[in-house]
Design a binder for this molecule. Structure first.
Ligand code: SF4
Length: 141
């Protein structure tokens, strides 16, 4: 597996990020290099396993992980809570939105309350939070 992902996958992920931001009311990070690093990680996973698995987590077995949708970008946290722990989808200041996270979620502990600047957009699965969480818990280990 080459270190650098294919140009095709990089372009695909760049286009996905632009589309997602426009549609769901988030932004790329103003901090240089952050967006590109995450895009490269996603593109690498596309090349390696065929899906844009979140690059900011460790998986014992990536091929097993992609049988579930939990960490396929845009992941459950993003689609339910509008929270991206990789800082790929953020507010204009480069902070992840934490407003909708449940109490005790790591994002609230790390960043405190970060309000959603565009609440009328995003969270396409906002009504599926408990259901998705249960699916995750019920997964065979
Ligand atoms: S945290 Fe979620 S939305 Fe952010 S890069 Fe990872 S999979 Fe994508």
């Amino acid at each position: 597996m080459p270190e650098q992902p294919s140009e095709e996958s990089i372009q695909k992920m760049r286009a996905f990020v632009d589309r997602y931001n426009a549609k769901f009311g988030t932004f790329v990070s103003p901090v240089e290099g952050v967006t590109e690093q995450v895009i490269l990680g996603l593109a690498k996973n596309v090349d390696e396993i065929g899906r844009p698995l979140c690059p900011c987590r460790f998986y014992p077995d990536k091929n097993e992980e992609i049988k579930h949708r939990t960490w396929i970008c845009a992941c459950d946290d993003m689609q339910i809570y509008k929270y991206c722990h990789c800082l790929l989808f953020v507010n204009q200041e480069g902070l992840p939105i934490t407003e909708y996270l449940p109490e005790g979620h790591e994002g609230r502990e790390i960043y405190g309350l970060v309000e959603d600047p565009i609440p009328e957009k995003g969270r396409p699965l906002k009504n599926k939070g408990p259901e998705r969480e249960q699916e995750r818990i019920d997964r065979p280990s």
